[in-house]
Design a protein around this ligand. Structure first.
Ligand code: EPZ
Length: 424
């Protein structure tokens, strides 16, 4: 098991280029199965979840290789339509393969991805949406097998689920009928998936709104020759927000390249309320921290374009030293305050009750040995270590490796004192 050793209290300063988005790369990697071809995915982040998805694609018959700046997925050899149980357990997001395998071969078998620290993570909306498309779904224990081709029509999601929206877009490609999905998620990563699918020759419109139109394409499949595509993965708004909050939490200043401010609009708003000064350029942001942080008042996580749940743990950490009382309400996942106990060990004043966390700002945190329990909570503990006085050891950082490429290297580029070691 590896750990991060951090010396806190140093203002982060310098420049950082934001990498490609985990939550774009994963559905797009699954989507390479929809169309046989050699797909070059530029700016694909080198993170654990991507490496696991690579293994899954290889198990289905695809070939993958990394070149300098891209991941190449050759999906021409895909000849398998079942994802093994052990590979499924490696990464929840393989649920997207239901839709992409249906699109490619009219059949798909996966194993229900397990819950995780932040919540139960059911897939009932995926399953009911597929059934509304006329797909036969058989659930036996944890195994989910889908067969058939979409008949098209209108599917209305009960909740704008990101994964269900992405899965249904790809499943809708499996039939001839045209499909409308209503009450869709509008996250930017869905527009990125749409962009990739269009690159493959499919007709998908409306991503970024609550209604998406997909032209059925099964007849198209047989006739289409393999497609060779090149696609640039969207920048990672959650990675960007994490580093921005690290700079603000340590009283530093930095220039962030490769990030469009509209993607993080609802994160920047409370940060400016807290006192940060943020200059917006086309695809850059300049962030200057205040001497002292003020409470942002209340933060409620919502589907895009609201405050993103994936930035909530990091914001909670920032609020531990913001003057005044802050309320954070986590509306998306059932238990996303996993790092609260560890922050209290570091001197934070936090009370949680159900969806709400009440944080009373303290003058400073103290370095301690803490345990990462999930991806974003782990990243939030690294921020706490950078902000704290003294030495912090963050254990179990495999959780963080799932979604941040070279996190310690990025922080060192900004002058932070952090190094990765094997835990004793
Ligand atoms: C995606 O997860 C992201 N993951 C998550 O990022 C992100 O937090 C989430 O969207 C919300 O933005 C990827 O894109 C790989 P949902 P997903 O379906 O698709 C419930 C990170 O840290 N729900 O929008 O699983 C669900 O339990 C990760 O990068 C059902 O009840 O999110 C949750 O409470 C964490 N039934 C809520 O909806 C379903 O069938 C939102 O889930 C599906 C979802």
């Amino acid at each position: 098991m590896d750990c991060y050793h951090i010396e806190g209290g140093i203002p982060l300063r310098g420049e950082y280029r934001v990498k490609g988005a985990k939550n774009s790369a994963l559905p797009i990697m699954a989507a390479t199965v929809c169309r046989a071809g050699v797909h070059e995915l530029y700016d694909c982040p080198r993170i654990e979840d991507v490496f696991v998805m690579e293994k899954i694609l290889q198990s289905l018959g695809a070939k993958t290789r990394w070149e300098d700046c891209c991941l190449v997925v050759d999906s021409r050899g895909v000849d398998e339509c079942a994802v093994s149980r052990e590979l499924m357990m490696g990464m929840r997001s393989s649920v997207f393969l239901l839709g992409s395998l249906l699109a490619r071969c009219g059949e798909a078998t996966i194993y229900r991805p397990g819950g995780c620290k932040i919540g139960e993570r059911p897939i009932d909306m995926h399953i009911s949406g597929l059934q509304q498309l006329g797909i036969e779904v058989e659930v036996s224990g944890e195994r989910v097998t889908c067969r058939g081709h979409s008949v098209g029509g209108t599917v209305t999601l009960p909740y704008p689920s990101v994964g269900a929206t992405e899965n249904l877009i790809m499943a809708a490609l499996s039939g001839d009928g045209d499909t409308i999905i209503e009450n869709c998620a509008a996250e930017p990563e869905i527009a990125d998936l749409q962009g990739f699918l269009r690159n493959c020759g499919f007709q998908v419109h409306g991503a970024g709104t609550d209604t998406i139109f997909i032209k059925g394409s099964s007849s198209m499949h047989c006739k289409l020759p393999p497609a060779d595509t090149m696609y640039f993965i969207l920048e990672d708004r959650v990675e960007a927000a994490t580093y921005i909050m690290a700079v603000i939490g340590t009283g530093g200043r930095a220039l962030f390249r490769n990030i469009r401010h509209e993607l993080v609009r609802e994160v920047l708003r409370p940060l400016e309320h807290m006192g940060a000064v943020i200059k917006r350029y086309d695809d850059m942001l300049e962030v200057v921290s205040p001497r002292n942080l003020k409470s942002p008042g209340i933060i409620i996580t919502e589907p895009y374009p609201g405050f993103p749940t994936d930035c909530q743990p990091q914001m909670l950490t920032l609020c531990t030293v913001a003057k005044g009382l802050t309320t954070i309400r986590e509306e998306i996942f059932e238990s996303r305050f996993t790092h609260k106990k560890e922050l209290v060990k570091m001197g934070a004043n936090i009370e949680t009750c159900g969806k709400n966390a009440i944080i009373k700002g303290v003058s400073s945190l103290s370095g301690k040995t803490v345990e990462a329990l999930d991806l974003r909570g782990g990243a939030a503990l690294v921020l706490a270590g950078l902000m704290a006085e003294g030495h912090t050891e963050v254990r179990n950082i495999g959780h963080i490796d799932r979604g941040y490429q070279d996190f310690d290297k990025g922080i060192r580029e900004l002058g932070g004192l952090i190094e990765r070691r094997t835990c004793d």
